[in-house]
Design a protein around this ligand. Structure first.
Ligand code: DX5
Ligand code: ZN
Length: 221
């Protein structure tokens, strides 16, 4: 199973964002956390920053929308050129419609769920999405500790994805370090967001390689 590492620029030095992107160029996609101070109690960046990242990032963008009303806003991020646009199930009245609106604009569609949200009600829309994100911390802030209680849900998702035969990426986000990445890989994740563990490393490329190796050592064939 291919392993993907997506550094989250929430943990980057915003004054030197271009240099920070160059430090993580060995990764697969760059993870961009869009927060609106309503869906989560924090505010980060929005469309103007994403447009500049699309123009200048060496890696394609994995945009994670932690915002209310994704039906209104998600299509714009796909149109702006994000490779992948993920929205939260908890914020979407009709998640399948939002996913379709993202795919229609040429991006991959991702569905995210918070640690307290069950995956079961969303398994039926697997054919409509390209990725499911199981949050391994409460969304809103970087640097929190990985929540192992989310692992049963991750196993449930992995089983459903394998049974479906669909190529849906299984992503985790929050508290992913060299110590926790293997736990999530073992439970079925193949796509790993890592913010502080990558950007606080002196050698970000070596940290990405370490996360990749640890995930590969624990992932299923
Ligand atoms: C949290 C964000 C994460 C965050 C992860 O709400 O969705 O992407 O940047 O940061 P770390 O890896 O530091 O937990
Ligand atoms: Zn995120």
């Amino acid at each position: 199973m291919p392993i993907r590492i997506h550094p989250s620029i929430l943990a980057a030095d915003f004054l030197h964002l271009g240099d920070e992107l160059a430090r993580v160029a060995d990764a697969d996609l760059v993870h961009v956390d869009v927060m609106d101070n309503h869906f989560v109690p924090n505010l980060s960046f929005g469309m103007p920053v994403v447009e500049r990242l699309v123009a200048g990032s060496p890696l394609p963008l994995d945009v994670h929308l932690m915002i209310e009303d994704p039906a209104r806003w998600a299509p714009g991020y796909a149109e702006a050129g994000a490779y992948s646009v993920t929205f939260h199930a908890e914020a979407a009245g009709r998640p399948a419609d939002v996913a379709r609106s993202i795919r229609d604009r040429g991006a991959r569609a991702g569905l995210a769920i918070k640690p307290g949200t069950d995956i079961e009600p969303y398994l039926e829309i697997l054919p409509e999405v390209d990725m499911v994100l199981i949050m391994t911390v409460e969304p809103g802030f970087g640097g929190q500790s990985f929540l192992p209680e989310t692992m049963p849900k991750l196993r449930q998702l992995r089983q459903a994805v394998d049974a479906s035969g669909l190529d849906v990426w299984v992503q985790v986000d929050g508290g992913i370090t060299a110590d926790t990445v293997g736990i999530a890989a073992e439970a079925g994740a193949n796509t790993f967001v890592a913010g502080s563990s990558v950007f606080t490393a002196d050698n970000a490329a070596a940290q990405i390689a370490l996360l990749r190796a640890q995930a590969a050592a624990h992932s299923h064939p």
